[in-house]
Design a protein around this ligand. Sequence first.
Ligand code: UDP
Ligand code: MG
Length: 338
Amino acid sequence: EIGYASIIASSCKGFYTMKMMNRAAPRLVIVIPCYNEAEVFSECLRQLEALLQETQNAGVIRSDSSLLFVDDGSIDTTWEKIEAAAMHYSFVQGVKLSRNVGHQAALLTGLSYAQKSGADAIVSIDADLQDDITAIPKMVAAYQEGYDVIYGVRSSRERDTWFKRISAEGFYKLMALMGVEQVFNHADFRLMSQRALQNLLEYKESNAYLRGLVPLVGFPSTKIYYSRGSRFAGDSKYPLKKMISLAIEGITSMTISPLRIISGGGILISLISVLLIFYIFFLKMMGHTVEGWSSVMLAIFFMGGIQMLSLGVLGEYIGKIYLEVKNRPISHVEKIVK
Ligand code: UDP
Ligand code: MG
Protein backbone atom coordinates (compact mmCIF):
# COMPACT_ATOMS: atom_id res chain seq x y z
CA GLU A 1 0.00 0.00 0.00
CA ILE A 2 1.00 3.63 -0.29
CA GLY A 3 2.67 5.02 2.78
CA TYR A 4 0.51 8.02 3.55
CA ALA A 5 2.05 8.45 6.98
CA SER A 6 5.47 9.18 5.49
CA ILE A 7 3.99 11.47 2.86
CA ILE A 8 2.15 13.39 5.54
CA ALA A 9 5.28 13.59 7.68
CA SER A 10 7.42 14.84 4.80
CA SER A 11 4.92 17.41 3.66
CA CYS A 12 4.43 18.70 7.19
CA LYS A 13 8.15 19.40 7.56
CA GLY A 14 7.93 22.70 5.77
CA PHE A 15 5.32 23.84 8.20
CA TYR A 16 7.57 24.80 11.08
CA THR A 17 9.72 26.97 8.85
CA MET A 18 6.79 28.59 7.06
CA LYS A 19 5.43 30.25 10.22
CA MET A 20 2.04 30.66 8.60
CA MET A 21 -1.20 30.05 10.36
CA ASN A 22 -1.81 26.59 11.65
CA ARG A 23 -5.28 25.41 10.84
CA ALA A 24 -6.89 22.52 12.65
CA ALA A 25 -7.39 19.21 10.88
CA PRO A 26 -10.21 19.89 8.41
CA ARG A 27 -13.42 18.11 7.75
CA LEU A 28 -12.51 17.11 4.20
CA VAL A 29 -15.01 16.42 1.44
CA ILE A 30 -13.72 14.91 -1.78
CA VAL A 31 -15.99 15.63 -4.74
CA ILE A 32 -15.85 13.16 -7.62
CA PRO A 33 -17.90 13.78 -10.79
CA CYS A 34 -18.67 10.50 -12.56
CA TYR A 35 -20.01 9.95 -16.04
CA ASN A 36 -20.29 6.31 -17.06
CA GLU A 37 -17.54 5.30 -14.65
CA ALA A 38 -18.95 1.92 -13.58
CA GLU A 39 -15.69 0.27 -14.60
CA VAL A 40 -13.53 2.41 -12.33
CA PHE A 41 -15.94 3.12 -9.49
CA SER A 42 -15.06 0.23 -7.17
CA GLU A 43 -11.32 0.82 -7.46
CA CYS A 44 -11.77 4.56 -7.01
CA LEU A 45 -13.85 3.96 -3.89
CA ARG A 46 -11.34 1.42 -2.54
CA GLN A 47 -8.38 3.75 -2.95
CA LEU A 48 -10.13 6.82 -1.59
CA GLU A 49 -11.44 4.84 1.37
CA ALA A 50 -7.88 3.72 2.20
CA LEU A 51 -6.73 7.31 1.87
CA LEU A 52 -9.46 8.60 4.20
CA GLN A 53 -8.70 5.86 6.73
CA GLU A 54 -4.98 6.52 6.86
CA THR A 55 -5.20 10.28 6.94
CA GLN A 56 -7.90 10.09 9.62
CA ASN A 57 -5.76 7.74 11.69
CA ALA A 58 -2.83 10.11 11.32
CA GLY A 59 -5.06 12.90 12.63
CA VAL A 60 -4.64 14.93 9.46
CA ILE A 61 -8.34 15.13 8.63
CA ARG A 62 -11.42 14.89 10.81
CA SER A 63 -13.22 11.61 11.21
CA ASP A 64 -16.41 13.01 9.67
CA SER A 65 -14.67 13.60 6.36
CA SER A 66 -16.46 12.13 3.37
CA LEU A 67 -16.61 11.29 -0.32
CA LEU A 68 -19.23 12.91 -2.51
CA PHE A 69 -19.86 11.21 -5.83
CA VAL A 70 -21.83 13.21 -8.39
CA ASP A 71 -23.43 11.06 -11.05
CA ASP A 72 -23.60 13.19 -14.17
CA GLY A 73 -26.52 11.39 -15.80
CA SER A 74 -24.63 8.17 -16.46
CA ILE A 75 -26.31 5.60 -18.66
CA ASP A 76 -24.40 2.66 -17.22
CA THR A 77 -24.60 1.29 -13.66
CA THR A 78 -22.57 4.10 -12.07
CA TRP A 79 -25.47 5.40 -10.01
CA GLU A 80 -26.45 1.94 -8.72
CA LYS A 81 -22.87 1.54 -7.52
CA ILE A 82 -22.80 4.94 -5.87
CA GLU A 83 -26.11 4.23 -4.18
CA ALA A 84 -24.96 0.83 -2.90
CA ALA A 85 -21.74 2.38 -1.57
CA ALA A 86 -23.65 5.17 0.16
CA MET A 87 -25.94 2.64 1.86
CA HIS A 88 -22.96 0.61 2.99
CA TYR A 89 -20.51 3.28 4.10
CA SER A 90 -21.38 6.23 6.28
CA PHE A 91 -18.63 8.33 4.68
CA VAL A 92 -20.01 8.01 1.14
CA GLN A 93 -22.64 10.33 -0.26
CA GLY A 94 -24.12 10.45 -3.72
CA VAL A 95 -25.88 13.09 -5.78
CA LYS A 96 -27.61 12.02 -8.96
CA LEU A 97 -28.13 14.64 -11.63
CA SER A 98 -31.21 14.23 -13.77
CA ARG A 99 -29.20 14.17 -17.00
CA ASN A 100 -25.68 14.64 -18.38
CA VAL A 101 -24.69 18.28 -17.96
CA GLY A 102 -20.95 17.93 -18.51
CA HIS A 103 -17.93 17.77 -16.23
CA GLN A 104 -17.76 21.46 -15.24
CA ALA A 105 -21.44 21.81 -14.34
CA ALA A 106 -21.47 18.45 -12.53
CA LEU A 107 -18.40 19.43 -10.55
CA LEU A 108 -19.84 22.82 -9.68
CA THR A 109 -23.04 21.19 -8.44
CA GLY A 110 -20.98 18.85 -6.26
CA LEU A 111 -18.87 21.73 -4.94
CA SER A 112 -21.87 23.79 -3.93
CA TYR A 113 -23.38 20.76 -2.24
CA ALA A 114 -20.12 20.16 -0.34
CA GLN A 115 -20.01 23.83 0.60
CA LYS A 116 -23.51 23.67 2.05
CA SER A 117 -22.66 20.50 3.96
CA GLY A 118 -20.16 22.55 5.95
CA ALA A 119 -16.86 21.08 4.77
CA ASP A 120 -13.70 22.90 5.89
CA ALA A 121 -11.70 21.82 2.87
CA ILE A 122 -12.96 20.49 -0.43
CA VAL A 123 -10.94 18.46 -2.93
CA SER A 124 -12.15 17.85 -6.46
CA ILE A 125 -10.77 14.90 -8.39
CA ASP A 126 -11.70 12.80 -11.43
CA ALA A 127 -13.09 9.32 -10.92
CA ASP A 128 -10.61 7.60 -13.22
CA LEU A 129 -7.61 7.74 -10.83
CA GLN A 130 -5.42 9.54 -13.36
CA ASP A 131 -4.57 12.06 -10.71
CA ASP A 132 -2.31 10.82 -7.95
CA ILE A 133 -4.39 10.61 -4.79
CA THR A 134 -1.26 10.65 -2.62
CA ALA A 135 -1.18 14.37 -3.46
CA ILE A 136 -4.30 14.83 -1.32
CA PRO A 137 -2.57 14.56 2.10
CA LYS A 138 0.04 17.02 0.80
CA MET A 139 -2.75 19.37 -0.19
CA VAL A 140 -4.28 19.06 3.26
CA ALA A 141 -0.89 19.81 4.83
CA ALA A 142 -0.66 22.97 2.71
CA TYR A 143 -4.20 23.88 3.74
CA GLN A 144 -3.18 23.56 7.38
CA GLU A 145 -0.23 25.83 6.71
CA GLY A 146 -2.74 28.46 5.67
CA TYR A 147 -3.18 28.10 1.91
CA ASP A 148 -6.73 28.42 0.61
CA VAL A 149 -6.30 27.09 -2.89
CA ILE A 150 -3.93 24.23 -3.64
CA TYR A 151 -3.57 23.35 -7.31
CA GLY A 152 -2.63 19.86 -8.36
CA VAL A 153 -0.16 20.30 -11.22
CA ARG A 154 0.88 17.55 -13.58
CA SER A 155 4.66 17.41 -13.61
CA SER A 156 4.58 14.73 -16.25
CA ARG A 157 1.82 13.39 -18.41
CA GLU A 158 3.53 10.70 -20.47
CA ARG A 159 0.48 8.52 -20.10
CA ASP A 160 -1.76 10.94 -21.95
CA THR A 161 -1.99 10.53 -25.71
CA TRP A 162 0.28 12.79 -27.77
CA PHE A 163 -2.78 14.48 -29.17
CA LYS A 164 -4.09 15.29 -25.69
CA ARG A 165 -0.70 16.66 -24.64
CA ILE A 166 -0.19 18.78 -27.75
CA SER A 167 -3.72 20.13 -27.79
CA ALA A 168 -3.57 20.93 -24.07
CA GLU A 169 -0.19 22.65 -24.43
CA GLY A 170 -1.42 24.70 -27.39
CA PHE A 171 -4.53 25.67 -25.49
CA TYR A 172 -2.67 26.81 -22.36
CA LYS A 173 -0.31 28.86 -24.55
CA LEU A 174 -3.19 30.43 -26.46
CA MET A 175 -4.94 31.35 -23.22
CA ALA A 176 -1.73 32.87 -21.85
CA LEU A 177 -1.30 34.92 -25.04
CA MET A 178 -4.77 36.32 -24.52
CA GLY A 179 -3.90 37.28 -20.99
CA VAL A 180 -5.89 34.68 -19.08
CA GLU A 181 -4.19 33.68 -15.89
CA GLN A 182 -4.32 29.93 -15.65
CA VAL A 183 -2.18 27.45 -13.79
CA PHE A 184 -0.19 25.57 -16.43
CA ASN A 185 -0.86 21.82 -16.49
CA HIS A 186 -3.53 22.04 -13.83
CA ALA A 187 -6.95 20.62 -14.51
CA ASP A 188 -9.66 20.28 -11.90
CA PHE A 189 -7.67 18.44 -9.25
CA ARG A 190 -7.44 20.94 -6.42
CA LEU A 191 -8.19 21.66 -2.78
CA MET A 192 -10.16 24.73 -1.79
CA SER A 193 -10.84 26.02 1.68
CA GLN A 194 -14.38 26.71 2.81
CA ARG A 195 -13.93 30.46 2.33
CA ALA A 196 -12.27 30.19 -1.10
CA LEU A 197 -15.06 27.94 -2.33
CA GLN A 198 -17.71 30.22 -0.87
CA ASN A 199 -16.21 33.07 -2.88
CA LEU A 200 -15.95 30.95 -6.02
CA LEU A 201 -19.65 30.14 -5.75
CA GLU A 202 -20.42 33.84 -5.85
CA TYR A 203 -19.56 33.79 -9.56
CA LYS A 204 -23.03 33.44 -10.97
CA GLU A 205 -22.24 32.56 -14.57
CA SER A 206 -24.08 29.48 -15.67
CA ASN A 207 -21.29 28.40 -18.02
CA ALA A 208 -18.48 28.33 -15.51
CA TYR A 209 -14.92 27.57 -16.58
CA LEU A 210 -13.52 26.64 -13.19
CA ARG A 211 -9.82 26.63 -14.08
CA GLY A 212 -10.14 30.24 -15.11
CA LEU A 213 -12.38 31.36 -12.26
CA VAL A 214 -10.47 29.87 -9.35
CA PRO A 215 -7.38 32.10 -9.83
CA LEU A 216 -9.71 35.13 -9.89
CA VAL A 217 -10.88 34.29 -6.38
CA GLY A 218 -7.40 34.98 -5.06
CA PHE A 219 -6.41 34.03 -1.48
CA PRO A 220 -3.05 32.41 -0.70
CA SER A 221 -2.48 29.58 -3.13
CA THR A 222 0.20 27.04 -3.90
CA LYS A 223 0.86 24.07 -6.15
CA ILE A 224 1.47 20.41 -5.49
CA TYR A 225 3.19 18.51 -8.30
CA TYR A 226 2.32 14.96 -9.23
CA SER A 227 2.72 12.76 -12.24
CA ARG A 228 -0.42 11.92 -14.12
CA GLY A 229 -1.10 8.28 -14.76
CA SER A 230 -3.35 6.63 -17.23
CA ARG A 231 -7.01 5.93 -16.76
CA PHE A 232 -7.60 2.98 -14.43
CA ALA A 233 -10.21 1.58 -16.84
CA GLY A 234 -12.62 2.66 -19.53
CA ASP A 235 -12.24 5.36 -22.15
CA SER A 236 -11.93 9.11 -21.82
CA LYS A 237 -15.27 10.81 -21.29
CA TYR A 238 -13.86 13.86 -23.05
CA PRO A 239 -14.13 13.19 -26.77
CA LEU A 240 -12.77 15.80 -29.19
CA LYS A 241 -16.17 17.50 -29.37
CA LYS A 242 -16.30 18.09 -25.61
CA MET A 243 -12.65 19.21 -25.60
CA ILE A 244 -13.34 21.81 -28.27
CA SER A 245 -16.42 23.11 -26.52
CA LEU A 246 -14.49 23.33 -23.23
CA ALA A 247 -11.79 25.32 -25.04
CA ILE A 248 -14.30 27.72 -26.60
CA GLU A 249 -16.04 27.98 -23.24
CA GLY A 250 -12.73 28.76 -21.56
CA ILE A 251 -11.84 31.47 -24.05
CA THR A 252 -15.20 33.18 -24.34
CA SER A 253 -15.90 33.11 -20.63
CA MET A 254 -12.49 34.39 -19.59
CA THR A 255 -11.45 36.96 -22.17
CA ILE A 256 -12.71 39.27 -24.88
CA SER A 257 -9.32 39.18 -26.65
CA PRO A 258 -10.76 37.61 -29.80
CA LEU A 259 -13.03 40.64 -30.19
CA ARG A 260 -10.02 42.92 -29.82
CA ILE A 261 -8.08 40.87 -32.36
CA ILE A 262 -10.94 41.32 -34.82
CA SER A 263 -11.05 45.08 -34.36
CA GLY A 264 -7.25 45.25 -34.55
CA GLY A 265 -7.31 43.21 -37.75
CA GLY A 266 -10.06 45.41 -39.13
CA ILE A 267 -8.05 48.55 -38.46
CA LEU A 268 -4.95 47.04 -40.02
CA ILE A 269 -6.74 45.94 -43.18
CA SER A 270 -8.42 49.34 -43.52
CA LEU A 271 -5.04 51.07 -43.26
CA ILE A 272 -3.54 48.79 -45.86
CA SER A 273 -6.43 49.44 -48.22
CA VAL A 274 -5.99 53.21 -47.87
CA LEU A 275 -2.33 52.81 -48.82
CA LEU A 276 -3.37 50.62 -51.74
CA ILE A 277 -5.76 53.30 -52.98
CA PHE A 278 -2.91 55.80 -53.10
CA TYR A 279 -0.68 53.28 -54.82
CA ILE A 280 -3.26 52.45 -57.48
CA PHE A 281 -4.01 56.12 -58.02
CA PHE A 282 -0.29 56.75 -58.40
CA LEU A 283 0.05 53.96 -60.99
CA LYS A 284 -2.93 55.37 -62.92
CA MET A 285 -1.35 58.81 -63.00
CA MET A 286 1.83 57.28 -64.36
CA GLY A 287 -0.20 55.84 -67.19
CA HIS A 288 -0.14 52.21 -66.05
CA THR A 289 -3.37 50.31 -66.20
CA VAL A 290 -3.86 48.09 -63.20
CA GLU A 291 -3.98 44.46 -64.15
CA GLY A 292 -6.09 42.58 -62.01
CA TRP A 293 -8.62 39.82 -62.18
CA SER A 294 -6.66 37.54 -59.87
CA SER A 295 -5.80 40.19 -57.33
CA VAL A 296 -9.41 41.37 -57.19
CA MET A 297 -10.69 37.83 -56.74
CA LEU A 298 -8.10 37.19 -54.09
CA ALA A 299 -9.06 40.32 -52.20
CA ILE A 300 -12.74 39.43 -52.37
CA PHE A 301 -12.22 35.94 -51.02
CA PHE A 302 -9.74 37.08 -48.41
CA MET A 303 -12.00 39.82 -47.11
CA GLY A 304 -15.05 37.56 -47.32
CA GLY A 305 -13.25 34.96 -45.23
CA ILE A 306 -12.13 37.47 -42.62
CA GLN A 307 -15.61 38.92 -42.38
CA MET A 308 -17.27 35.55 -41.95
CA LEU A 309 -14.75 34.59 -39.30
CA SER A 310 -15.25 37.85 -37.47
CA LEU A 311 -19.01 37.44 -37.59
CA GLY A 312 -18.58 33.94 -36.22
CA VAL A 313 -16.50 35.19 -33.29
CA LEU A 314 -19.02 37.95 -32.61
CA GLY A 315 -21.72 35.30 -32.77
CA GLU A 316 -19.94 33.21 -30.15
CA TYR A 317 -20.04 36.10 -27.72
CA ILE A 318 -23.61 37.05 -28.52
CA GLY A 319 -24.63 33.43 -28.06
CA LYS A 320 -22.83 33.48 -24.76
CA ILE A 321 -24.71 36.57 -23.64
CA TYR A 322 -27.96 34.93 -24.71
CA LEU A 323 -27.22 31.83 -22.66
CA GLU A 324 -26.12 33.80 -19.61
CA VAL A 325 -29.07 36.19 -19.73
CA LYS A 326 -31.50 33.31 -19.56
CA ASN A 327 -29.81 32.37 -16.29
CA ARG A 328 -30.99 28.80 -16.43
CA PRO A 329 -30.11 26.38 -13.63
CA ILE A 330 -26.89 24.52 -14.39
CA SER A 331 -28.21 21.11 -13.32
CA HIS A 332 -31.07 19.36 -11.61
CA VAL A 333 -30.55 17.02 -8.69
CA GLU A 334 -32.73 13.96 -9.01
CA LYS A 335 -31.67 12.01 -5.93
CA ILE A 336 -29.37 12.30 -2.97
CA VAL A 337 -28.10 9.35 -0.92
CA LYS A 338 -26.26 9.79 2.35
N1 UDP B 1 -17.17 13.66 -16.56
C1 UDP B 1 -18.43 14.10 -16.19
N2 UDP B 1 -19.32 14.47 -17.17
C2 UDP B 1 -19.01 14.43 -18.49
C3 UDP B 1 -17.71 14.00 -18.87
C4 UDP B 1 -16.80 13.63 -17.87
O1 UDP B 1 -18.75 14.17 -15.00
O2 UDP B 1 -19.87 14.75 -19.30
C5 UDP B 1 -16.20 13.26 -15.51
C6 UDP B 1 -15.57 11.88 -15.71
O3 UDP B 1 -16.39 10.88 -15.17
C7 UDP B 1 -14.27 12.03 -14.97
C8 UDP B 1 -13.91 13.49 -15.19
O4 UDP B 1 -15.12 14.15 -15.57
O5 UDP B 1 -14.40 11.80 -13.57
C9 UDP B 1 -12.86 13.69 -16.26
O6 UDP B 1 -13.19 12.97 -17.41
P1 UDP B 1 -12.13 12.07 -18.19
O7 UDP B 1 -11.23 11.41 -17.21
O8 UDP B 1 -12.85 11.16 -19.13
O9 UDP B 1 -11.33 13.19 -18.99
P2 UDP B 1 -9.81 13.12 -19.48
O10 UDP B 1 -8.99 12.68 -18.32
O11 UDP B 1 -9.80 12.16 -20.59
O12 UDP B 1 -9.54 14.52 -19.89
MG1 MG C 1 -9.27 11.22 -17.09
